[in-house]
Design a protein around this ligand. Structure first.
Ligand code: NAD
Ligand code: ZN
Ligand code: ZN
Length: 344
């Protein structure tokens, strides 16, 4: 079969590999669609040894059940499924609590991370990772598994603060951010403020339900402050889907005293925490800072329900498998709006 693999650190290329065979408890899935996540660029940029090579990337997968391994029951060929990407160890503290996104194997234990992923015609996954998606298009189901699930989980963590009439700021309206805006719109009555450095991303934010859009720039904090008021008021929840120094500065500059910062983006930025007696702290007092990771299987089921109800729709740009490297180049160049989805 054809697969797009990281054959060496930083090298992404299409190769021919044998179609894998499902082992006991596993299922061979015919990949229908796989999302191109910005995390794949971080994986490609990681130092040698950080990730195994060669590896087929792609951790945002939907498709149809093909062949069942020994002992697998409850699935039939042709059934449309989404793949939950984390493979928890099953025995650690997080797994025992049903929080596989806190497994000791995280962040590297997963499909397309530590074993072959979905940028191929087929992928083998444990049967326990499959969720049915009914009649949802696979190009919609795929982005739900990460671009949808990750902000959904982050928003769940902040749920108590998302009271009617409060404000939430989403920074970075790409694959994750444009889903975050929709999840907020569908599940809360908060005022949604979207921030991005790209005009097309701000247009997308408006289309998917943001009430205000603010271009990223030197006056971003002031412009958001005009909407949310001066300290100690501010945004009750800020979701940073970029995570570089500039966006972290915006995040801490607009969050309310006692608000919540959700640091989702893995941009490698740093944020000073300097509570001193004679100056305002660099992060407002009483603010909670959370670093969410992906989500749980139970939450993915809820995200799929939002998708099936028409309340969460990824804005997708599709590419055939042989153009996957080009899709990642466009993602890196900031020329993908919404989610690039590869259709093998
Ligand atoms: P994306 O490339 O689709 O979107 C990023 C968006 O941020 C783009 O619209 C871009 O214009 C905007 N942006 C970039 N720099 C900016 C800046 N300085 N100010 C304002 N906007 C800026 O990326 P994505 O796939 O949505 O992923 C976003 C981040 O989330 C990545 O770092 C990714 O690795 C990370 N991620 C984290 C998790 C997790 O579990 N924590 C899961 C998936 C992805
Ligand atoms: Zn991802
Ligand atoms: Zn575990």
């Amino acid at each position: 079969m054809r697969a797009v693999r990281m054959t060496a650190p930083g090298v992404l290329e299409q190769v021919e590999v044998p179609t894998p065979t499902p082992g006991p408890g596993e299922v061979l899935v015919r990949v229908g669609a796989v999302g191109a996540c910005h995390s794949d660029l971080h994986i490609l940029d990681a130092p040698p040894g950080a990730f195994p090579t060669p590896i087929t990337l792609g951790h945002e997968i939907a498709g149809t059940v093909d062949t069942l391994g020994d002992g697998v029951t409850g699935w039939s060929a042709g059934e449309r499924v989404a793949v939950y990407g984390i493979i928890g160890c099953g025995t650690c503290r997080g797994c025992l609590r049903g929080l596989e996104n806190q497994c000791r194997t995280v962040p590297l234990g997963g499909i397309g991370l530590s074993r072959d992923g979905g940028l191929a015609e087929h992928v083998v996954v444990p049967a326990s990772r499959l969720l049915p998606v009914g009649d949802l298009a696979v190009t919609q189901a795929a982005p739900l598994t990460d671009a949808g699930l990750t902000p959904y989980h982050a928003i769940e963590l902040a749920r108590p603060a998302l009271r009617p009439g409060t404000s939430a700021v989403v920074i970075g309206i790409g694959g994750l951010g444009h889903m975050a805006v929709q999840i907020l719109a569908a599940t809360t009555a908060v005022r949604i403020i979207a921030v991005d450095s790209n005009v097309a991303a701000l247009d997308l934010a408006t289309r998917v339900g943001a009430h205000h859009v603010v271009p990223a720039g030197p006056d971003t904090v002031d412009r958001i402050r005009e909407l949310v008021g001066p300290a100690p008021d501010g945004a009750d929840v800020v979701i940073d889907c970029v995570g570089v120094d500039a966006t972290l500065a915006t995040a801490r500059g607009v969050v309310a005293t006692g608000g919540r910062l959700l640091l989702v983006g893995l941009g490698g930025g740093t944020m000073p925490v300097r509570p001193v007696a004679d100056a305002p702290p660099t992060v407002p007092f009483e603010t909670s800072v959370t670093v969410p990771f992906w989500g749980t299987r139970a939450e993915l089921q809820e995200v799929i329900a939002l998708g099936r109800a028409g309340l969460l729709t990824a804005d997708v740009q599709t590419f055939p498998l042989d153009r996957a490297p080009e899709a990642y180049d466009l993602l890196r160049a900031g020329e993908i709006h919404g989610r690039a989805v590869i259709v093998p």
